[in-house]
Ligand binder design. Structure first.
Ligand SMILES: Cc1ncc(COP(=O)(O)O)c(C=O)c1O
Ligand SMILES: N[C@@H](CCCC[NH3+])C(=O)O
Length: 446
């Protein structure tokens, strides 16, 4: 497995350094940690914790920066937000208003995208195991494009579309066999990964696809992995291979309308080098530009990750045999990334006074009955008292969507901040809802 980000380290960035890179967050002596113009202490007080909080301003700013980088590189591009990273309706509404479409991986996501007002003509459906009923639904909705990941799936799409008397626009997802140098669990473009068709097999599969009823071949797609921070080399290698393939397909007289470049642009959770959208746009331009085709992008994390925090409160602080433990009311069932990928998230006290107090190392843990329910080890934090709020940074992507009710902990609410306003955009799950749907069979009911 690729090296994860270490949970323990000596040179963590300071609170000021973390916040300097996240302009929608600021720390004040009186108001403490503020998102846009709303003190997070107010949200912690009024909504309770744990709670996910997203900045509409940051979402807009990041969507615009990405689009403008593509435009400045002279590319004709559509951006399809990978809503697997955040499927909150209000978040999607903000991004739809910026002209973003959606990249969906299930019928559930497709339905949520439509409910957020994203037109079917801006939706691309990716995924290695779309079921027949999901494919049928996508075709009935007449979405922009289905990215097929196997010859078997193409046969299903053709049969379903033909049976419905429709034509599905289909791109072929190609596995370029490049190493994106990210965490092993989220690398997708190596030949041993389950995604797409092998590079060598793609031209023949594409040609067969073009001859099938019910399918309009649109082009090729790739996605090499997520949280890519190791520069543009892997992107360039993958896109150069796609360019080569487009030329080969065209030489066979096959139609190619566009290329889907996927997502994966990484963000600095701690102090990783952050590849810019300009660098990505430049890599696309340099490799695919001469084809003169429109491109599609499927970014998720880069847009939503830094825009969100997970607010939690300290339940208690205790001194163990060798460590100070800060036990918070959020846990691995809320933010699973540290437990799952040993991921590092910045943790900033919400009180200005606390943030300015002397620091010492702490283990930040949740209440779940697993040692893996650890958010940070050896993290420099001030003394924290019961009820003090803290914010876990960069929780806007792969945060709420990956949460569960493990240990019968209700799902945390989601909040959208927009300037001086905030609103709860998904309510906290109730204990009644936790029990909802459970049935005791007759033979056990006494
Ligand atoms: C097909 C596809 N597109 C886009 C994404 C979005 O990735 P990221 O959030 O890293 O931009 C993913 C997830 O890695 C994906 O599987
Ligand atoms: N869930 C992963 C990203 C998965 C990307 C899915 N295509 C993370 O939190 O980093």
């Amino acid at each position: 497995m690729a090296a994860p980000l270490a949970l323990t380290d000596a040179a963590d960035p300071s609170f000021a350094e973390l916040l300097a890179l996240r302009p929608h967050l600021s720390l004040h002596a009186m108001d403490g940690l503020v998102m846009e113009d709303v003190p997070l202490a107010r949200i912690a007080q009024e909504v309770g914790t744990p709670a996910w909080v997203y900045s509409a301003g940051a979402l807009r700013h990041r969507a615009r920066s990405l689009k403008s980088a593509l435009t400045h590189a002279g590319l004709t591009a559509t951006v399809h937000f990978a809503m697997k990273c955040n499927d909150n309706l209000a978040v999607l509404k903000v991004l739809a208003a910026e002209g973003l479409g959606a990249d969906v991986v299930s019928e559930g996501e497709l339905r949520i995208a439509r409910a957020a007002g994203i037109p079917a003509s801006a939706i691309v459906f990716s995924g290695v195991g779309k079921t027949a009923s999901e494919i049928r639904h996508a075709i009935e909705q007449d979405i922009f494009q289905i990215n097929a990941e196997s010859a078997e799936e193409i046969a299903m799409i053709s049969a379903i579309a033909d049976g419905l008397g429709r034509t599905a626009r289909v791109a072929l997802r190609v596995n370029p066999d490049v190493d994106a140098k990210t965490h092993a669990k989220i690398t997708t473009g190596k030949s041993e990964n389950k995604f797409g068709v092998a590079f060598e097999d793609a031209p023949a599969i594409y040609a067969r696809m073009a001859a099938l009823p019910g399918i309009a071949p649109m082009g090729i797609a790739t996605h090499i992995g997520s949280q890519i921070t190791a520069g543009m080399a892997a992107y360039r290698a993958a896109y150069a291979r796609l360019a080569e393939m487009v030329k080969a397909l065209r030489a066979q007289g096959l139609p190619v309308e566009r290329v889907d470049c996927g997502g994966g642009l990484g963000i600095p959770y701690r102090d990783e080098p952050a590849p810019s959208p300009e660098a990505l746009a430049g890599a696309i331009r340099a490799t695919l530009g001469e084809l003169g085709l429109p491109v599609m992008l499927e970014p998720g994390r880069w847009i939503a990750g830094p825009a969100g925090v997970l607010l939690a409160s300290v339940v208690l602080q205790k001194q163990g045999a060798s460590h100070r433990f800060v036990v918070v009311d959020a846990a691995m069932n809320d933010l699973v990334r540290p437990a799952m990928y040993e991921a590092w998230h910045g943790i900033v006290p919400v009180s200005g006074a606390r943030a300015a107090s002397p620091l010492s190392a702490a283990e930040v843990v949740g209440p779940v009955c697993e040692t893996g329910d650890t958010f940070a080890r050896g993290r420099l934090l001030p003394h924290l008292a019961t009820g003090d709020a803290v914010a876990f940074l960069d929780a806007g992507a792969y945060g709420a969507v990956m949460s569960s009710t493990y240990n019968a902990r209700p799902l945390a609410p989601e909040v959208l901040v927009d300037g001086t306003r905030y609103a709860v955009v998904r309510e906290r799950q109730t204990y009644e809802e936790l029990l909802h749907g459970q049935r005791v069979p007759d033979w056990l009911a006494t």
